[in-house]
Design a protein around this ligand. Structure first.
Ligand code: NDP
Length: 325
């Protein structure tokens, strides 16, 4: 038997159950990974609460982890038992000692990258890769607004922006988070609990406003974010930490300056094994060069996944959080 977290109904952290299940043998094209570390992400909370529906219940939870391949299904050629690997996509169920998933969603981990680092950055770092290098290819010199700059995705974004020569203005909710984002390379920070974000962006940019806004907060910040953009520039709405953006009248894009908007996801970019590998290669190169490092600021035993999710949902975490099976 192997331990895993599952949920049989949607709701608060109390719906998470820590159970023993028989290990699933990998089917054709699949591998089973013995997790050394599991990544905690906001999307896990969306599935637990039902904002994103799980395909069936009871369901496992989590999509990010790192460890060693312990069984390989028929037809898998690029992975073998004993390989060090990491993953950030595929079926729910990463919150577990053993996780079985399609081999095409799993990449080999370079020796220099440890399991905790990998579990702390596969989903978040690949997200920053596609947002900064594909959704819009930042060239350096742009000024961008990034919400939740001291969070998991945000901490990597600050460092990646610095490496690209991009001026990242990060929003945060405390002086401690501001200091952290600036240490990671944010060009400036705005504490939205004390300052007016639009006015502060206007001051910082001498009235020019931003070339792009990256908004993962969603409902609460949608309009503020649009107000921080230059005419004809791009709003990247990529998350729902405060709730989903709904009922948008497209006319608002006209009123706010002929803006563009996109709502991307990692699965839409890493949609083939080749694209996933190319994105992972770039993330791993950024880690190996020291241009970015992963701050594992919180570690919880797997059994305490609910407590970990509560901390993430209530803004108590910074950087990455991992669960240890
Ligand atoms: P974070 O570590 O960034 O945690 C969320 C942060 O959002 C909080 O720490 C808090 O920072 C801020 N926040 C603002 N409003 C709220 C609110 N109402 N409730 C909770 N938090 C709030 O989480 P992750 O790094 O895991 O994810 C960041 C975001 O990116 C999430 O929205 C996630 O869904 C999204 N995402 C999207 C992906 C995609 O491909 N589309 C992939 C990966 C992540 P502060 O206290 O400073 O305000």
């Amino acid at each position: 038997m192997a331990k895993r977290i599952q949920f049989s109904r949607t709701g608060g952290p109390e719906v998470l159950e820590f159970v023993d299940v028989p290990p699933a043998a990998p089917g054709p094209g699949e591998v089973r990974v013995k997790n050394a570390a599991v990544g905690l992400n906001f999307i896990d909370i969306y599935f637990r609460t039902g904002l994103y529906p799980a395909p069936s219940l009871p369901s496992g939870l989590g999509t990010e982890g790192a460890g060693v391949v312990d069984a390989v299904g028929e037809g898998v050629t690029h992975l073998a038992v004993g390989d060090r690997v990491a993953y950030a996509q595929g079926p729910l169920g990463a919150y577990a000692e053993l996780h079985t998933l399609p081999a095409g969603k799993v990449v080999k981990l370079p020796e220099a990258i440890d399991f905790e680092t990998a579990a702390g950055c596969m989903l978040k770092g690949l997200t920053v890769q596609y947002l900064m290098r594909q959704t819009y290819e930042l060239k350096g010199g742009e000024t961008i607004l990034w919400h939740a700059a001291a969070g998991g995705v945000g901490s990597i974004a600050c460092q990646w922006a610095r490496a690209l020569g991009v001026k990242l203005i990060g929003t945060v909710s405390s002086p401690e988070k501001a200091a952290l984002a600036e240490k990671n390379g944010a060009w400036a920070t705005i504490d939205y609990t004390k300052e007016d974000v639009v006015e502060r962006v206007r001051e910082l940019t001498n009235g020019e406003m931003c070339d792009l806004v990256y908004d993962s907060v969603g409902k609460d910040t949608w309009e503020t974010s649009l107000d921080c953009l230059k005419p004809r520039s791009l709003m990247v709405s990529f998350g729902n930490a405060s709730g989903a953006v709904e009922g948008v009248n497209l006319g608002i894009l006209n009123q706010k300056g002929s803006l563009f908007v996109t709502r991307p996801s990692l699965n839409g970019y890493a949609d083939t094994p080749q694209r996933l590998q190319a994105m992972a290669d770039e993330l791993f190169a950024m880690l190996e060069s020291g241009k970015i490092s992963i701050d594992i600021a919180q570690r919880f035993p797997l059994a305490e996944a609910g407590k970990a999710q509560e901390a993430l949902a209530s803004r108590q975490t910074t950087g990455s959080t991992i669960l240890i099976p």
